[in-house]
Design a protein around this ligand. Sequence first.
Ligand SMILES: [Zn+2]
Length: 419
Amino acid sequence: MRYLIATFLAVSFFGLPWLAVNYPGPAQSVFSAIEEAGDQVAAVFFEHRPKTIAEIQGRYKARSMDTKVRILIVPGHEPTEGGTSFDVAKERDIVVLLAKELKTFLEKNNRYEVFVTRDEKGWTPEFFEYFEKNWEEIIAWQDSRKKEVRRLIELGEFERSIPLVEHITAPTDMAMRLYGINKWSSENDMDIVIHVHLNDYVRSNRLEAGVHSGFAIYVPESQYYNSTTTSVLAKTILKRLSKYNPVSNLPGERGGIIEDQELIAVGSYNTSDAASMLIEYGYIYEPQFVNPETRGLAVKDLAYQTYIGLLDFFDATSATNVARFYDTVALPHEWREKIVTRTPEGSDVFALQTALLLEGVYPPSDKNKNDCPRTGRLGPCTKRSLSDFQKRYNITGETDIIGDKTLEKLNERYGKGVF
Ligand SMILES: [Zn+2]
């Protein structure tokens, strides 16, 4: 779930247009605004040092200990507050898990230096202290950034746009901590910031699972200075994630990359120099997150594909090498028991769905990934795909189940003995 800031409403009395019209390039308009706006505003403008693609790719290629690519991972929401939930699944805890997996993968590569804002115990001491000691400065800083953008709006140099998807307004303290994270990121020279979330949407009965599935990546709206670098990076991550996971089919999230002007996480009011994105990795009620038995694997797989997607941006050859055998951690997998003899839910089924996907039979030909996400549940989608798999390998007499012959074929093709 994403939080936005309500403060843009406060500028509506300037009489600005409420229709979204994107300027092709923000840079020129900024400079003309500087000339017109006078010294005071100009002084603030020059504090912006948005990371360019060349700059962060250069850091990666430099291969010097001092110039690692600096990545901050932000598990969404607060240690004890906020975020969505469903059944036993709590967003603010699951995102910590995912962040941890992502950090572990990224740290395998010594070109990255990875930071994270909190773990299962709470804010890391560094962030806890930063918020404590810099509270007033954070408030003043975000205020000056807002004034700057409002000034641009007055000058007709910045267009206010309405976000396509409804967000929930962040209470002020939480909003300030998000701005604080942006401020910390600038001061600590972060190149990339990734906010980790699970999605949800407004519906009449929150106790029932919703109808949408899939992931979505929120990026800064094109007028913001950190927009270009973020978009390029988001595309490489989207490509990896979308091989195994559906893109969100929530209206407004189609396409998977959504520009947003109001999310603090991606740098609203030009408060982030780093390439900043917020990834909604899936919906909180999707069975693979709700079931504690599949959650670990589902989350690790999403982290893995994010890691490979990042590597694509820096070094495509190396990404191809890393993902040479499998670009998913769900495989290889050893299927030991006939699934029909157990509850048809769990990691075995998640791995089965992944294997069937690689076989090209999952989802079934008249369905898409949103109809049939990898849920770790043996439902109609998986049964149909399984039957296609069995036909392909002339397996008979094991309709709708994984019997001995199916088990053998799966292990032969996707089992641990493959490598
Ligand atoms: Zn969230």
